[in-house]
Design a protein around this ligand. Structure first.
Ligand code: ATP
Length: 352
């Protein structure tokens, strides 16, 4: 196992920058995810780590060693891609054993034992004799994972391995991948455009946009403490408000939006500044409930018009209108009235 570093890496194709300048430090044994919209540079970053591309500038290091010019086969990486890429003329066992073609199985094990162990690990014990076309998409990806892990790679690289699967299979497979990764402790770089998946599986994530890294942090960091508006809105639902600072105190920042004044956490902003802040849908409470419970009134109130509701099972998403803006809230129950008074605590807001 090994830590992994990208140091001021740039990549251009014919003068067009795919990666502007990316620096990342991924810890030994970490499950690290690159997440971002299509074209933001996730796959390019992964390919640079795999050795399938060389950087235009900058350095890639494994365990402190510069591997920027080391070919893929000498980097000791396991790769799993979106399209299963199993060998169609080989059965499951042969596909997994292929992962050991250029490397000895771990000490004390025969190839047969190693393949059996791996097939059990990915829940495919007993399916070794099947051909790839006799497996579901999810099972094929499990075989691809077993094949990638067979030689005990130092780094596991996964590029959208679940995007061709339906929602339920995706959830099952991502749980398996996470469990296997934890058991083996292999340093893992995972690429996905699905922010929910990124939050669910990762120790840390890098949110990418336009060939740059916008923020690196734990799932909780990027969800609750977004540093940019892009991160605030890409990761989960969010409401971004723009207003003018009317008071900046030690204990709070007061911001006017339309006719309302909101008390927000203290900040470096000065009176008269234009600021943006965000509030997550689940941070809105119905005012009656909040003030009834604590006896104290919620300071920040908005009377919204409910336009549409979406029943999500565990909650209901409300699309509302307030002062000419859309506000998304989340409630446990579907409100009966079209007008609703919502409130949020100052600490629930994040100034961007
Ligand atoms: P997606 O989620 O759609 O796969 P991504 O975030 O993985 O997107 P990349 O595939 O890394 O994005 O692409 C980043 C940018 O680099 C894009 O603008 C893409 O068009 C460009 N690019 C990637 N590979 C090449 C290439 N071989 N030649 C030219 N341009 C490329």
């Amino acid at each position: 196992m090994v830590d992994l570093e990208l140091d001021a890496v740039r990549k251009s194709y014919g003068g067009a920058a795919a990666l502007s300048e990316v620096s990342l430090s991924i810890r030994d044994g970490e499950f690290f995810t690159l997440v971002g919209p299509s074209g933001c540079g996730k796959t390019t970053t992964l390919r640079l780590v795999a050795g399938l591309e060389t950087p235009t500038d900058g350095v890639v290091r494994f365990g402190g060693e510069n591997v920027s010019d080391t070919p893929t086969e000498d980097r000791d990486v396991g790769l799993v891609f979106q399209n299963y890429a199993l060998f169609p003329h080989m059965n499951v066992r042969e596909n997994v054993a292929y992962g050991l073609k250029f490397r000895e199985p771990p000490a004390g094990a025969t190839v047969e034992e190693r393949v059996s162990d791996l097939l059990s690990m990915v829940d495919l014990a007993g399916m070794g004799g099947r051909d790839p076309d006799e497996l579901s998409g999810g099972q094929q990806q499990r075989v691809a994972l077993a094949r990638a892990l067979a030689p005990e790679p130092r780094v596991l690289l996964l590029d959208e391995p679940m995007s061709a699967l339906d929602a339920r299979l995706r959830e099952q497979l991502r749980r398996s991948v996470k469990e296997i990764q934890q058991t083996l402790g292999v340093t893992t770089l995972y690429v996905t455009h699905d922010q929910e998946e990124a939050l669910a599986v990762s120790d840390r994530v890098a949110v990418m946009n336009g060939g740059r890294v916008e923020q690196v942090g734990t799932p909780q960091d990027v969800y609750h403490r977004p540093e940019t508006e892009f991160v605030a809105t890409f990761v989960g639902d969010n409401n971004v408000f723009e207003g003018e600072v009317v008071a900046s105190r030690d204990e709070s920042t007061v911001v006017r939006v339309a006719d309302a004044r909101f008390e927000l956490p203290p900040s470096a902003a000065s009176t008269g500044d234009s600021v943006r802040f965000c509030v997550r849908p689940e941070q809105f409470s119905a005012v009656e409930a909040a003030s009834g419970a604590s006896g104290a009134a919620t300071p920040n109130r908005l009377t919204v018009e409910v336009e549409t509701t979406e029943f999500l099972g565990e909650a209901t998403r409300l699309y509302c209108r307030w002062a000419g803006r859309r506000v998304v809230a989340r409630r446990q129950t579907v409100p009966e009235a079209d007008r609703l008074e919502l409130g949020f605590e100052p600490a629930a807001a994040t100034l961007l």
